[in-house]
Design a protein around this ligand. Structure first.
Ligand code: DOR
Length: 441
């Protein structure tokens, strides 16, 4: 059997140097084979996509998602989440260990890899969660993108809020450590202080900027002591940006979510607990500082922290409502809309949502449109504004904090490993992603 050929015709193709080429991209099997102004089809059965007027970007790699399988499939599972990814232009994801059971050893990691192989339409990789007693597993499990530590805003075995234990993890091994940096002691103290308050806005006061800063300072201190590769997840405050601006070792990276860039505490007035997440959304001032840090390279890339909860759970009222919001389906359109409105450029968005993520996690042959790279691609329409509608969402939780937002840059076609997984509103449910490789872990 000959290798299938896919030709994307006359797209505005983003090249690795940040320039655009008006031309064709040839894909054979799972690989990009040519990028040129005009490529003649090599086989009579080549599939052709007319991309005139559309922009071709490397597929988004979302490096922080919670897909809830196993154990919490009533909120989301690999199938529904990956459908949302395909529709949103996300071709790979890195998923977090707070599932049931927790992903804390090789057996649970293998179980997730098997489940994703059977159900995920896009490529996948998994974090291993640190507990008080799985130090050996943290060093030996494979394949993983890295170790996840919840320094705060977590309960049970995944919470590591004691410096001595954190230090043990930082001291042993060299694998990437990704931290959810919020100081648990401060959160608990402030919960007492604000007890009885039920307005969701108090969430940002309880888990305040200082709680985030304290934990980020501690993680940075330990990372410097052991020269340990550190990644700061969903960094959210101006104070943490200041800290990194003063001193960010070469082995430290940090990410920001679209929601921390475009939402602030005013969102509690309009969408209430749907805006509740950890770390919380902040003030408009923090939005500005985070944008500047991203443009300056103090922040390295973007992750959604896709954390679906049902509307029923969210409507329980604060503080019983769970924290988290979905994101994979909307992140690219939210960010490209910002680019079209002049906040940043389209190549910057693609760098933050694909190229820089592949580099930081050492994911080979992803994050660029060039011969030899994997054909994980998204074709977007930058000139077609459309409002986000709840009824069009693929995520099982069935809502988005961005409902009603008039967004452009929606994915028109998404390609995973050379196969069209989404095209003009239709998902190809037969496509399956592959496990990601990590050269840095
Ligand atoms: O708001 C959040 N929800 N932040 C996290 O980091 C965890 C997540 C969840 O799993 O629900």
């Amino acid at each position: 059997m000959t290798t299938p050929e896919l030709l994307i015709r006359q797209a505005r193709v983003l090249l690795p140097d940040g320039d655009f080429l008006l031309g064709d991209v040839q894909i054979r099997g799972h690989q990009i084979t040519q990028v040129a102004p005009e490529i003649p089809a090599e086989s009579a059965e080549a599939t052709e996509i007319d991309a005139a007027g559309l922009t071709l970007l490397p597929g988004v790699i979302d490096p922080q998602v919670h897909f809830r399988e196993p154990g919490l499939e009533y909120k989301e599972d690999f199938f529904t989440a990956s459908c949302a990814c395909a529709k949103g232009g996300v071709t790979s994801f890195l998923e977090m260990p707070n599932t049931r059971p927790l992903t804390v050893n090789q057996a649970m990691l293998d179980d997730k890899l098997d489940r994703a192989a059977a159900k995920s339409l896009v490529n996948y990789g998994f974090f291993i969660g640190a507990t008080a007693d799985n130090l050996d597993d943290l060093l030996t499990v494979t394949p993983t993108c890295g170790i996840k530590i919840f320094m705060g805003s977590m309960h049970g075995a995944l919470l590591i809020d004691q410096e001595a234990l954190l230090e043990k993890i930082f001291a042993k091994g060299s694998r990437l450590i990704a931290v959810h940096a919020e100081d648990q002691a401060r959160i608990l103290e402030r919960r007492q202080q604000f007890a009885g308050r039920t307005d969701p806005a108090v969430h940002s006061q309880i888990q305040d900027n200082q709680a985030a800063l304290l934990a980020t300072e501690l993680a940075l201190k330990l990372s410097k002591r052991y020269r340990r590769r550190l990644h700061i997840l969903h960094l959210s405050t101006a104070e943490e940006v200041d800290l990194l601006r003063q001193d960010k070792p070469a082995w430290v990276t940090a990410e920001v979510t679209p929601q921390h860039l475009v939402l602030n505490t005013s969102a509690y007035e309009t969408i209430g607990t749907l805006a509740q997440m950890n770390p919380p959304i902040r003030l408009a001032h923090d939005n500005e500082v985070l944008w500047q840090a991203l443009r300056d390279g103090v922040l390295d890339f973007i992750a959604t922290d896709h954390a679906p909860h049902t509307l029923e759970e969210k409507s329980q009222g604060y503080p019983n409502s769970p924290s988290g919001m979905p994101g994979v389906e909307t992140s690219l359109a939210v960010m490209l809309t910002q680019a079209m409105q002049g906040r940043c450029t389209v190549p910057q968005v693609s760098h933050w949502m694909s190229t820089a993520v592949a580099a930081a996690y050492g994911i080979p042959l992803k994050g660029a449109i060039a011969p030899g790279y994997d054909a994980d691609l998204v074709l977007v329409d930058l000139n077609n504004y459309a409002p986000l509608k709840r009824e069009e969402l693929q995520t099982k939780c069935g809502w988005s904090p961005f409902e009603g937002w008039n967004l452009t840059g929606w994915a028109v076609t998404t390609v995973v490993g050379g196969q069209v997984v989404y095209d003009r509103g239709k998902l190809n449910l037969a496509v399956r992603g592959r496990p990601l490789a990590f050269t840095n872990s």
